[in-house]
Design a protein around this ligand. Sequence first.
Ligand SMILES: [Zn+2]
Ligand SMILES: [Zn+2]
Length: 161
Amino acid sequence: MGAIAKLISYPDKILSIFFLRILPESIHLAILALCILHKHYQIFTARCAYAAAVKNSWRRLHPPPGSGECSVCLSELAAEGEECCELAACGHAFHRGCVERWLSAHAPTCPLCRAAAVPEEEAAEYRRVVEEEEDDWIEKEFALVLLNALDVGRCNHGIFS
Ligand SMILES: [Zn+2]
Ligand SMILES: [Zn+2]
């Protein structure tokens, strides 16, 4: 309580600390936080759009083709319990799980003939946000400013004690 009473008895110091340090730092932090939110919102929507495009890229095959192998996992297409599909772009058949994993993690093209399975627009946007997600300078900057602000807070405390 003593420290707070002492602090209140220096209104000019409180004002100068507020306008010179706390206010600019708060604004800086708020702007960085908004940038981070915006970035992650963009990443989220691009991921959803890409997942939807992957879902639209294949047609269910039922029953599975009598012969042939899935060129992603190199096992029989007609294997027990495996759901098969063909890519709408080129008609090549795969296990549904295999081709979905391929399109999500490897490339937006057919594993066999490289036909574009997902529209180039969605694929390009998806690539862009994945790169952006790896580049985390905004998060680092936010952490630095926050740490700095906490440190300044500790120093200010020292002025009055
Ligand atoms: Zn497979
Ligand atoms: Zn193909």
